[in-house]
Design a protein around this ligand. Structure first.
Ligand SMILES: [Zn+2]
Length: 266
């Protein structure tokens, strides 16, 4: 069964991500990895620079939201288990599945609201890291002691990381509004970003890696009425806390001027 979706408009969040501690987002292990380092990071194949896949950001926000709201982890995808709604009744009130999506085989689901794009290093960070004497291009190699739980023997392992202080951007999150309830759901997108900031991105988080902060957050919107012209109205926040504090006003703006949705839907 295919439902016809009515796109009323989109809200765009553009911002930067600053690494507060070293960041390890794992790349494909290959015998050809530079310098023969274990646990390499993901790199853009063309520029060979580290980047943050949108799927890493979105996946982490989703899993944090699932835990925060105590949703059942009921679907295995590869090596992870995630929450997906099994029926339309649960879906109607779910704070995760509208935003982050459901597999295509759910006949009650509607379009995924959130798109998160891949993020490259800013030009400034490329310059800064490029001229610094890092262990590998744009990265550091951290040695960690791994303790064998049975024998208590310590072995050293390597972990490649993007150093603290690197800035990626612009990050772009695109949030589509299909119905009135999506205006209120926008709050959950910001909540997911907050949960991510307080947790970690990538691997080895419990050992200190992956603390990141969103900054220079710019919100814009395009409504259906002016989609081709775009919208020059915008709001900017230095930090995610600033955005969170202004959320009631932001949502009022989305509802009234950003992406007005007719209350009566056909
Ligand atoms: Zn759900």
């Amino acid at each position: 069964m295919t439902k016809i979706a009515n796109l009323y408009g989109r809200v765009f969040i553009k911002c930067e991500i600053e690494t507060k501690t070293g960041l390890h987002i794992g790349g494909a292990e290959s015998s050809l990895s530079i310098g023969g380092v274990d646990n390499v990071i993901i790199r853009d194949p063309l520029s060979n620079r580290p980047y943050i896949p949108g799927s890493s950001l979105k996946g982490k926000m989703r899993s944090q939201m699932e835990k925060f709201h105590g949703l059942p982890q009921n679907r295995r995808i590869g090596q992870v288990t995630i929450h997906t709604c099994k029926n339309g009744g649960d879906y109607a009130n779910c704070v995760v599945c509208h935003i982050y999506g459901l597999p295509g085989d759910s006949d009650f689901s509607t379009s995924t609201r959130l798109v998160v794009r891949d993020v490259q290093l800013t030009k400034k960070s490329v310059k800064k890291l490029g001229s610094a004497k890092t262990d590998l291009p744009f990265s550091e190699v951290k040695w960690e002691a791994a303790i064998d739980r049975v024998t208590s023997a310590a072995t050293l392992r390597q972990m490649e990381r993007v150093p603290a202080g690197a800035v990626f951007g612009p990050v772009e999150l695109v949030y589509s509004i299909y119905e009135q309830a999506d205006v209120a759901r926008f709050e959950n997108v910001v909540e997911g970003m907050q949960l991510l900031e307080d947790d970690y991105l990538g691997g080895s988080g419990s050992r200190g890696s992956g603390k990141v902060a969103f900054r220079s957050i710019k919100l814009t919107a395009k409504s259906r009425a002016n989609y081709r012209q775009g919208q020059d109205y915008e709001r900017t926040f230095d930090t995610l806390d600033d955005l969170a504090a202004a959320l009631p006003a932001v949502m009022e703006w989305i509802e009234k001027d950003g992406v007005p949705v007719p209350v009566k839907e056909g």
